[in-house]
Design a binder for this molecule. Structure first.
Ligand SMILES: [Zn+2]
Length: 242
C-alpha cells in the first residue's frame, strides 16, 4: 500500500551498505520511520531527503509494517539553518525535542506545525526567539505546560513589590514560578521572565536581551530534561556557542 505524508526529517541513520533509515515527524501520522534505499551512493537522486531539516512530501510504500520511501518532493530544505552554527544547533534542538516527545505511530500532531513554524521563523533571523517559543509550546504539548503569570503560591504578580519581593524563583520539581516572599527553587532574572512571558504570548513590559534569551533556553532545557529524563544534546551545544 502506498501513501503520502508531509514530513519533517528528525533523524537519519546509516542502514545496510547504501541505505538510510529516516525518522519523520508527519502532519498525518505522527512519527514514523522509513528506509531510504541507495541514498548513500554517489549521485543518489534522493540524497536531499536524508539531509537535516528536510521538509517534504514523502511517498511511502508499506509492506508488513515496514515503510520504504518511493518518492520525495521537497517543500523546504531550510538551507539557511545549516550555514550558521547557532541556527544549526537551534534547529537541531527543535528536531531532537520532537523526536523525544512524539511517540512513534501516533496520529496527526500539532507538534509538526509548531516545528515547521519555528524553523521558518528561524530562517527570518529570529533564531533564539523562535526556539524559546517552540520549547515553551512543545512542553505544553508533552503535558508539562508552564505558567508564569503570577506566583504559584500566593498569587502575587511576579517581579512586583519592593526589595526581596521583586525576586522571582523557579522550582523544577513542581514546574512553578514563585515570588520573592514565597521563594521556592532557584532564582530567575527579570529579563528571563520577560522572554518566557513573550513566548507565552503575554503582553508585558520588559527588555529583550541576548542574555535573557540564553537564560530562558537554559531554564527550559533543564526543565525539559527534568521531566523527560532525556538530555537534548543540541541544546547543550547551542548553549556553548551563544
Ligand atoms: Zn508568592
Amino acid at each position: 500500500m502506498e501513501y503520502k505524508v508531509n514530513g519533517l526529517l528528525l533523524r537519519a541513520t546509516d542502514y545496510k551498505e547504501n541505505d538510510k533509515i529516516v525518522t519523520l515527524l508527519t502532519a498525518e501520522r505522527g512519527k514514523l520511520t522509513a528506509v531510504l534505499r541507495g541514498v548513500r551512493k554517489n549521485g543518489a537522486k534522493l540524497k536531499f531527503a536524508a539531509q537535516p531539516f528536510c521538509f517534504a512530501e514523502y511517498v511511502l510504500a508499506e509492506k508488513s509494517g515496514r515503510n520504504t520511501v518511493t518518492a520525495v518532493t521537497q517543500a523546504d530544505g531550510f538551507y539557511e539553518l545549516r550555514e550558521d552554527i547557532v541556527a544549526f544547533y537551534a534547529a537541531s534542538a527543535v528536531c531532537e525535542v520532537c523526536d523525544v516527545i512524539q511517540p512513534e505511530g501516533d496520529g496527526a500532531t500539532d507538534l509538526f506545525f509548531l516545528a515547521i513554524r519555528a524553523l521558518r521563523d528561524m530562517c527570518t533571523g529570529n533564531v533564539t526567539g523562535a526556539l524559546v517559543g517552540f520549547l515553551w509550546k512543545a512542553l505544553a504539548v508533552a503535558g508539562y505546560a508552564l505558567s508564569c503569570d503570577v506566583c504559584a503560591n500566593c498569587g502575587a504578580e511576579l517581579g512586583e513589590g519592593d526589595g526581596e519581593e521583586r525576586k522571582i524563583f523557579f522550582d523544577f520539581p513542581s514546574g512553578t514560578f514563585t515570588c520573592g516572599a514565597c521563594k521556592k527553587g532557584a532564582g530567575v532574572s527579570p529579563t528571563t521572565l520577560y522572554i518566557l512571558r513573550k513566548a507565552d504570548g503575554t503582553d508585558c513590559p520588559g527588555m529583550e536581551t541576548d542574555d535573557g534569551k540564553k537564560r530562558a533556553i537554559k531554564l527550559l532545557s533543564r526543565y525539559f530534561t527534568f521531566r523527560t529524563e532525556e538530555p537534548i544534546h543540541s541544546l547543550a551545544e547551542l548553549l556553548t556557542v551563544l
